[in-house]
Design a protein around this ligand. Structure first.
Ligand SMILES: *Cc1c(COP(=O)(O)O)cnc(C)c1O
Length: 428
């Protein structure tokens, strides 16, 4: 693989964009080397600035669940663009996608569109606070809810203590309202509730975690969170920015049969354009401006191009009864092949998988939370990443990321990937 052109482009970008990128993980800091600049993508493949073809397992971090440049999405965007790109006034397409989303997802009556997953989560927490009249929130270590201040918090000395900021620029004042628990640890959550009676507005959780690798909820975890929220009059927020419209039509709520009060969306719901959304039942959504006092707004929210892309994407998923089964089968096939290739070379690993989300941790112990995810062998991951890249396979440049399987991947692509893993394994 050649990267001369990408290197040149990265140099030029670094002069005028901090670190050369508009989102940090793209800079390859965790794995070293030069970020790859993309020219175009189609189906399961990326074509980079040097003309290399890569099989893509990131898929824009999730949105391209049906493959890149999916024709119905492209057609919808092109058609809309000719009518004007933004009006700051209501358009019918917003209602259409809202109706479709509400019909697909359990427990929601209304949905508000924003421009990113960050915005969705930030607004969902404000709404939960406005609805309950309480201020503190519980989040889980290793869960990512975007880069809003309240979420950039690390664990303090104990789970019951206040969190402390993990980025300069986040104030202690903000940090004190975010309480942290380990993922899959109900007891810790119960302890936090007991230590902060009548103060918890909400729990926000990735109901299947995907930002420390893929970590499924252990049996009873989501049900336990539901019960704790009910007995403490707190709002349960499922951050389904990654899992929504990916693991099932109705997301994790449908898959695990547990109901949330507010659900956040992003990624797939925008079909590759910048879209986020948050949704809930009437009782909660009626607190939102202009109906209620909780303020939330956006100049480009509900943008017609973005709504058209998202609508085409949701329609495609809604009308294909087998798509999620197909995705899960492909992911299971990949899992089996990779596990066999690594095992043949005695490389200890843990593979977690739910539907079309899968991650490989180079560790011996089960990966159930941030602490166990962090035990992985990072040096080994770097070698793995670059070995696959040289073979034309693009996985996320960090050991803490999930692979996103797309329906555009063929079994030949999966076999090519498994063969690449088998080739890299002896070097690990
Ligand atoms: C990606 C992600 C976000 C943030 O979405 P952005 O569109 O990047 O702001 C929030 N929550 C989860 C679970 C995510 O995976």
């Amino acid at each position: 693989m050649r990267y001369q052109r990408s290197s040149q482009l990265f140099k030029a970008a670094s002069d005028v964009i901090p670190g050369g990128v508009n989102s940090p993980v793209r800079a390859f800091k965790a794995v070293g080397g030069t970020p790859i600049f993309v020219n175009k993508a189609k189906g399961a493949y990326l074509y980079d600035a040097d003309g290399n073809r890569l099989i893509d397992y990131i898929n824009s971090w999730g949105p391209m669940i049906l493959g890149h440049a999916y024709p119905p999405v492209i057609d919808a965007v092109v058609e809309k663009a000719q009518l004007g790109t933004s009006f700051g006034m209501p358009t019918e397409i917003e209602t259409k996608i809202a109706e479709l989303a509400v019909s697909m997802v359990p427990s929601i009556d209304q949905i508000r569109f924003v421009n990113s997953g960050t915005e969705a989560c930030m607004s969902a927490v404000r709404l939960a606070r406005g609805f309950t009249g309480k201020e503190k929130i519980i989040k889980f270590a290793g869960c990512y809810h975007g880069h809003s201040d309240s979420f950039l918090i690390q664990a303090g000395s104990g789970a019951v203590t206040f969190g402390s900021p993990n980025s300069p620029g986040v104030t202690e004042g903000t940090a004190k309202d975010t309480l942290l628990a380990p993922y899959n640890n109900l007891e810790a959550v119960a302890t936090i509730f007991e230590a902060n009676p009548s103060e918890i507005a909400c729990i926000i959780v990735e109901p299947v975690a995907g930002n420390m690798g893929c970590i499924p909820p252990q049996p009873g975890f989501l049900e336990g969170l539901r019960a704790l929220c009910d007995s403490h009059q707190a709002v349960l927020i499922f951050d389904e920015v990654m899992t929504g419209f990916r693991l099932a039509k109705g997301g994790v709520q449908e898959l695990y049969g547990v109901t949330a009060d507010i659900v956040c969306f992003g990624k797939v719901i925008g079909g590759g354009l910048p879209v986020g959304a948050f949704a809930a039942r009437h009782e909660i959504m009626s607190h939102l401006a202009p109906l209620g006092p909780v303020y939330q707004a956006g100049t480009l929210s509900g943008n017609p191009l973005a709504m058209a892309a998202g609508y085409a994407m949701l329609q495609a998923l809604e009308s294909d009864a087998k798509v999620f089964d197909r995705l899960a089968e492909k992911t299971a096939y990949l899992h089996k092949g990779i596990a066999a290739a690594l095992t043949a070379h005695k490389i200890s690993h843990t593979i977690n998988r739910v539907g079309s989300m899968i991650s490989i941790h180079f560790s011996e112990t089960p990966v159930v939370d941030f602490e166990t995810a962090a035990e992985g062998n990072n040096a080994r991951f770097k070698t793995f990443f670059h070995g696959l890249l040289d073979a034309g396979i693009y996985i996320a440049p960090s050991a803490f990321e999930t692979w996103f399987i797309t329906d555009a991947l063929t079994y030949e692509d999966l076999d090519e990937t498994i063969a690449a893993v088998a080739k890299v394994a002896p070097t690990l």
